[in-house]
Design a protein around this ligand. Structure first.
Ligand SMILES: [Zn+2]
Length: 214
């Protein structure tokens, strides 16, 4: 059974238990969710016809719930921003870089697009990417990271990209959220990955790089 589902079952059952039993369970529990939630700003396509599939409010809200459960971080949807039509289809690195001019302060920015071309293998399209616009220090330095989500994204693509946002790389373990090796079953992060996410998210909240919301 995937770790995350075991954890969910443990947390659900814990409220029914008292005394020693609860203490014993507590030792097995993974890091608690961050006390403050992280604000997520969705940049929604200006043209309502492009708000479909994974990009609808219902779909992005559902994806945030999945991300909270898998990453152990609280997320709050911030006030949305409008994404100009010229960003609906991202083809090149320059297109991705240009999004950095639209970043908001203190939030995770998620840009919702109709298509997202792979910039390494241009025959492919991606469902999501976590991107940083690297510039020379004299030009103001790096901007990001930020997330791009395509309308073909799966319900857990956002959680995967948030994993990158909070410092995780790809792994090869089957059904791990950060793996491409999937079969039927629940996705999960292992304890080491959850600790990394907690450390990085806590550090960014403490430094005010991300502004926590209650
Ligand atoms: Zn990835």
């Amino acid at each position: 059974m995937a770790r995350i589902s075991r954890r969910a079952a443990t947390l659900g059952a814990a409220s029914l238990l008292v005394g020693a039993a609860r203490t014993a369970l507590a030792k097995e529990e993974l890091p608690a969710p961050t006390a403050q939630a992280v604000r997520v700003v969705f940049h929604v396509p200006e043209d309502a016809a492009n708000v479909k599939g994974a990009l609808t409010e219902a779909a992005t809200n559902a994806s945030l719930v999945i991300a909270e459960k898998l990453l152990g971080v609280g997320f709050r949807r911030g006030e949305g921003a409008s994404l100009p039509e010229r960003f609906a289809r991202l083809e090149t690195r320059a297109d991705r870089n240009e999004l950095s001019s639209l970043l908001t302060a203190g939030s995770v920015d998620v840009f919702l697009v109709t298509s997202l071309r792979d910039v390494d293998d241009t025959r492919l399209h991606r469902r999501g990417v976590t991107w940083t616009h690297y510039r020379a220090p004299a030009a103001g330095g790096a901007r990001g990271p930020y997330i791009v989500l395509a309308d073909s994204a799966s319900p857990s693509t956002l959680a995967h990209e948030l994993g990158h946002f909070f410092g995780l790389s790809h792994v090869e373990a089957r059904n791990n959220l950060m793996s491409y090796d999937r079969e039927e079953g629940e996705e999960f992060l292992d304890e080491r990955q959850l600790r990394t996410v907690k450390q990085v998210s806590t550090a960014r909240l403490r430094s005010k790089w991300l502004v926590g919301v209650p």
